[in-house]
Design a protein around this ligand. Structure first.
Ligand SMILES: NC(=O)c1ccc[n+]([C@@H]2O[C@H](COP(=O)([O-])OP(=O)(O)OC[C@H]3O[C@@H](n4cnc5c(N)ncnc54)[C@H](O)[C@@H]3O)[C@@H](O)[C@H]2O)c1
Length: 269
């Protein structure tokens, strides 16, 4: 019996990195997984891997800024797997650079994916989770949602925003007595493709330029971790997926409104 057997989960940004690892771990532990992303090829390879492992999966193309797609994705989850119990609001981007160089268009694009996407998912998942009788909403924030990271002001605004959004919605659901829990996870430096994409202004990111972590205009997370993580340890997507599994499972039945740093003590000292 898996730790989330019989539950149905939506994971956004599931084609890569932390979302992909979360989808794999939830499927391995018995959940039926609705894996969504804008990257169709990445979804296809995830689907093969889950099916090969004997898991249940439905992959859907889904841009988290699109409210109509959210409504359709939640309806698909309920129709295909008869309910919805877990939402992992994971899709996100990072746009680096000092605030005086950030364009309003980039600021808004990052807000749309990292903040609006989380709002829309949470809003549309709650009625389905109420129909299912309980739920767990997990929001992937960041250490950059716990403390300021120079070079990532816009990203910090989104990740700090979802941290308090999670707590407020946790309180709303607890008061409503609907057995829906809401928590945030704060990853440290994790080895994923996001670091290849944080190109503009990479030099300024949390001192990455000073510590030699910028190589060919991309950030090398191993070098960054050496410099800013206690003990120099680089995290893996599975480290975050295991925290997702705990919060998704009934082992966390009394955990709501919490923020879980998974960062090898980066934010602790
Ligand atoms: N990697 C890290 O060190 C780290 C640290 C802290 C927080 N995070 C957060 O973890 C989450 C996952 O990041 P990751 O590191 O796995 O990155 P990643 O780039 O490997 O994966 C992100 C996924 O989100 C998808 N995505 C992007 N925009 C989307 C949109 N509009 N709609 C749907 N999907 C979209 C991408 O296609 C990609 O598959 C993000 O919210 C990120 O901010 C990552």
């Amino acid at each position: 019996m898996g730790q989330v057997s019989g539950k149905v989960a939506i994971v956004t940004g599931a084609a890569s990195g932390i979302g992909r690892a979360s989808a794999l771990v939830l499927a391995r532990e018995g959940a039926a997984v609705v894996a969504t992303d804008i990257d169709r090829d990445g979804l296809a390879s995830l689907e093969r891997e889950i099916r090969d492992g004997g898991g249940k999966v439905l992959t859907l193309e889904h841009d988290v800024v699109d409210e109509d797609r959210w409504i359709a994705v939640v309806a698909d989850a309920e129709q295909t797997f008869c309910g919805l119990h877990i939402l992992v609001n994971n899709a996100g981007i990072g746009i680096a650079g000092p605030v005086w160089e950030m364009t309003l268009a980039d600021w808004r694009r990052q807000n749309a994916i990292n903040l609006d996407g989380v709002f829309l998912g949470t809003k549309h998942a709650i009625p389905a989770m109420r129909r299912a009788g309980s739920g767990s909403i997990i929001i992937i924030s960041s250490v950059a949602g716990l403390k300021g990271a120079p070079g990532l002001a816009g990203y910090c605004a989104t990740k700090g925003g979802v941290r308090l959004f999670a707590k407020a919605v946790a309180g709303e659901c607890a008061r409503a007595g609907d057995r829906i829990r809401v928590n945030s996870i704060h990853p440290g430096v994790i080895e994923t493709a996001i670091w290849n994409k944080v190109s503009s202004g990479a030099d300024s990111l949390a001192g990455a330029g000073q510590v030699g972590a910028v190589v060919a205009n991309r950030i090398d997370p191993a070098i960054l971790a050496q410099a800013i993580v206690p003990g120099g340890v680089l995290g893996q997507p599975t480290d975050i997926a295991n925290a997702v599994l705990f919060l998704a499972s009934d082992a966390a039945a009394y955990v709501s409104g919490a923020e879980l740093a998974v960062d090898h003590a980066q934010s602790a000292i």
